[in-house]
Write a protein that binds this ligand. Structure first.
Ligand SMILES: Cc1cc2nc3c(=O)[nH]c(=O)nc-3n(C[C@H](O)[C@H](O)[C@H](O)COP(=O)(O)O)c2cc1C
Length: 399
């Protein structure tokens, strides 16, 4: 066969070289004006929210969206943040704030600051060391307690072996009582100082996810079951019929009492949003109430957690500690929650941004920024001790 019309080896190589030269990748490498600081060094970041942009830059979009989204149209997600703007700080003028005291103790766990790491799932989406890094970073920040999610990526044993700081374990209720018993024995053997049972129902799906056409998304992200069917129409019975994962919408207070009987450590109810439910928690043996709307990921059109905090604190009347999360991004946010009666707060997305951006040092830095800002806010408002923080420190304009 005559081969004279074939491309010569030289021309072929030239063609490939030309294609590379035109590629966006090489173009970027050759850009003499390229700005290395587009992903800044950790020390350049001074606020928690700055870490979100770095996390975004470093993460696959699906994983970032899984972390960012709130339920349905995200009214509650937005309201969680807006609520802090509706609370003014009222400083005391003439106070000696030369030392600021932040140490506390919640359910027997000593804390240098009233701040913990919230339980959040699947840290492998954020960093290759996953929850081990979150634990190490939390511990490095003045021994911040870490609440391990029941949906963590790493086995609980591996997480517990990664550091020596205080660990609590979050629980998604399990129907099989033998499984439940084995779970409680395991987390107590691993040194868990408390168990946090999540009782919000996450009855939702995420419009942001469906807009993004993440067609592999399963469970609560499924579109609603319409009359014409579709993927959401598959489940007609059980929690999934309401777009709720299987581990929700079946337990009751009696079940909580049975789990409590399996524990030697305190048990906390996470996801409480009314004074009435807080009262029931105490009645049914919970040792603390954790005010949370899952960072706006549970039912949409619920209130922000800051708005309902005073009602819950009033119902609890100091009988058990009140923990609090959802929307905290700064030290003054924390101060407002403490002023409205929280004994300690927990950090969800903030810690995740730190982990995704810089691994364990990122988690540590997030906590240290918040700790520093809290001290500053306490000093500026003339409240040098946790005991001196009360409702007179805030003026609420909730709307
Ligand atoms: C990506 C993600 C995963 C979460 N996974 C869990 C979980 O496994 N268990 C749980 O009780 N709460 C989970 N939460 C809720 C957090 O514990 C916490 O309530 C919430 O993140 C606080 O709001 P914030 O992110 O605005 O700080 C998750 C939150 C996010 C953002």
């Amino acid at each position: 066969m005559k081969r004279s019309s074939s491309m010569s080896r030289r021309a072929a190589l030239g063609g490939i070289g030309g294609a590379f030269a035109g590629s966006a990748l090489l173009d970027a490498q050759q850009d003499p004006f390229r700005d290395h600081s587009r992903v800044p060094g950790m020390d350049e970041l001074t606020t928690v929210t700055e870490f979100e942009a770095v996390a975004f830059a470093k993460m696959p979009r699906d994983f970032f969206m899984y972390m960012a989204h709130g339920g349905e149209g995200e009214f509650t997600l937005r309201r969680n943040r807006e609520a802090y703007d509706w609370v003014e700080l009222v400083p005391k003028g003439v106070v000696d704030v030369s030392t600021v005291q932040t140490a506390t103790n919640v359910l027997g766990t000593p804390m240098a600051f009233p701040i913990m790491t919230s339980p959040t799932s699947a840290h492998i989406q954020l960093h290759r060391e996953a929850e081990a890094a979150t634990y190490r970073g939390s511990q490095a920040a003045s021994n911040t307690p870490y609440i391990v999610s029941d949906a963590a990526t790493l086995p609980k044993e591996k997480i517990a072996a990664a550091a020596t700081g205080p660990l609590w374990f979050q629980l998604y209720p399990k129907r099989d009582m033998d499984v439940m018993k084995a779970w409680t024995e395991n987390v107590q053997a691993l040194g868990g100082k408390a168990v946090v049972m999540t009782v919000d129902q996450q009855a939702t799906y995420y419009e942001r996810t469906t807009h993004d056409r993440h067609l592999t998304a399963a469970g609560p992200s499924e579109p609603p079951a319409g009359p014409r069917g579709g993927r959401g129409a598959v489940a007609t019975r059980g929690p999934r019929a309401y777009r709720v994962p299987d581990y929700r919408l079946w337990y009751n207070w009696k079940y909580a009492e049975q789990v409590k009987a399996m524990l030697k450590v305190p048990m906390v109810a996470k996801g409480i949003l009314t004074g009435e439910d807080a009262e029931l928690c105490i009645e049914h043996g919970f040792d603390a109430v954790y005010v949370s709307n899952h960072g706006g990921r549970s039912m949409d059109y619920g209130p922000s957690t800051l708005e309902v905090l005073p009602e819950i604190v009033d119902a609890v009347k100091g009988r058990v500690p009140v923990l609090f999360d959802s929307g905290i991004r700064s030290g003054s946010d924390i101060l407002k929650a403490l002023a409205l009666g929280a004994n300690a707060v927990c950090i969800g997305r903030g810690a995740r941004w730190g982990l995704a951006a810089y691994g364990a040092p990122g988690v540590q830095r997030i906590h240290e920024i918040l700790q520093g800002e809290l001290v500053m806010a306490m000093a500026q408002t003339g409240r040098p001790t946790l005991a001196s923080i009360d409702r007179k420190l805030v003026k609420t304009n909730f709307r």
